[in-house]
Design a protein around this ligand. Structure first.
Ligand SMILES: [Zn+2]
Length: 136
């Protein structure tokens, strides 16, 4: 949700992300839908509207994340936070294999799982983009 984020701040966040989803790397020009300005730490959990808490995000990632900030990975009882595009390097936590986005770390796996990166519709779309040289 964008709340009271100014248009200039929205533009800054989009440009900073090179107009790609900061989680699944989809380019906004390849989506039928407008991308969202997402709160990394959700408002529900005390997140603010400062640019350091905002990420450029495709609707699929944002709807899947909702107000979540963490989850359990596998059988572990430990809570693992999601990937934070302001703090973390994407390539440290994820890899792309045959258009699938795979978590390499607990943070990457937690994010892959909850953001539903590899739902079949999204995977087929990324495979088509990859064949055209448009992903990743
Ligand atoms: Zn995305």
């Amino acid at each position: 949700m964008s709340r009271n984020i100014s248009n200039s701040l929205k533009k800054l966040v989009a440009k900073r992300a090179n107009f790609k989803c900061e989680y699944c790397l989809l380019a906004d020009r390849l989506s039928f839908y407008s991308f969202h300005i997402e709160h990394i730490r959700s408002v529900k959990h005390g997140g603010n509207d400062n640019q350091e808490n905002l990420a450029y995000c495709c609707p699929e990632c944002n709807f899947a994340k909702g107000s979540d900030i963490a989850t359990f990975v596998g059988e572990s009882d430990e809570i693992t936070r999601f990937f934070n595009p302001r703090r973390d390097n994407w390539n440290d936590h994820f890899m792309v294999s045959n258009s699938m986005i795979l978590g390499k770390t607990p943070i990457g796996k937690a994010t892959e799982q909850i953001f539903r990166f590899n739902d079949i519709e999204r995977l087929i779309f990324r495979k088509q983009l990859a064949e055209l040289g448009l992903y990743p």
